[in-house]
Design a protein around this ligand. Structure first.
Ligand code: DX5
Ligand code: ZN
Length: 215
């Protein structure tokens, strides 16, 4: 299990002292939750803040765009060379073209689905995808509880991507109490906001989450 730590769950002003000490052995990705105040209620940050975060760490970036106009927003992140750029299936009818463009610009393509969005929405463009991000909360805020129907959807998604190299990422309400179950279901990457940043030491918290999966 890899951990993608969402910095949404910690004050952005503290990242300058938090991030530089953290090794990629402990936190696999820095998850950047970009929110436009339109697709989701809140505005978080955009490409300028993401570029500042990048300067603080060697850990690869996992950009999650919760924005209404991905065609317009996605290209702003190419210069950051994130490992993954993920946009929401609910926000575009041109997923294939956008996915091709992301790959052409050197990042891997992620597609995100809200808890209420069926997997059938993306089954016709799987070859263009590198990662499926299943939201297990309605996006917009950290610290929400895991939506239980997510477990069944994870099983369905695993079946859908069997035989492909597409990775499965889960985002929302993941912590020490449920990460083992996600691991057992074959989830490759777990996003963790509160579980990593809310209390204690982020590197240690992330290590602990990985440890729980192995135990
Ligand atoms: C929710 C974001 C998540 C969130 C996760 O809209 O996409 O990445 O920060 O936070 P936790 O782990 O606290 O649910
Ligand atoms: Zn996210």
């Amino acid at each position: 299990m890899k951990i993608s730590a969402s910095v949404l769950a910690t004050p952005i002003t503290g990242l300058g002292s938090l991030l530089p000490g953290i090794s990629v052995e402990d936190i696999d990705y820095i998850h950047l939750d970009v929110m436009d105040g339109n697709f989701v209620p809140q505005i978080s940050f955009g490409e300028a803040i993401c570029a500042e975060v990048k300067k603080l760490t060697e850990i690869p970036l996992d950009v999650h765009l919760m924005v209404r106009s991905p065609e317009q927003e996605v290209p702003k992140y190419y210069s950051l060379k994130p490992d993954f750029i993920t946009f929401h299936a609910e926000t575009t009818s041109f997923g294939v073209r956008l996915a091709e463009d992301i790959r052409k610009n050197g990042s891997k393509v992620g597609i995100a689905l809200n808890p209420g969005t069926p997997l059938s929405l993306i089954e016709n463009y799987l070859p263009y995808l590198d990662l499926i991000l299943l939201m297990t909360v309605d996006p917009g805020f950290y610290g929400q509880s895991f939506v239980k129907s997510g477990l069944r959807k994870i099983e369905q998604a695993k079946k859908m991507i069997e035989g492909t190299s597409i990775l499965l990422e889960v985002d929302g309400g993941v912590g020490p109490g449920n990460i083992r179950e996600l691991h057992n279901l074959g989830v490759n990457i777990s996003v963790a906001g509160s579980a990593v940043f809310k209390s204690g030491n982020p590197a240690e918290n992330s290590r602990n989450l990985k440890h729980i999966c192995k135990a």
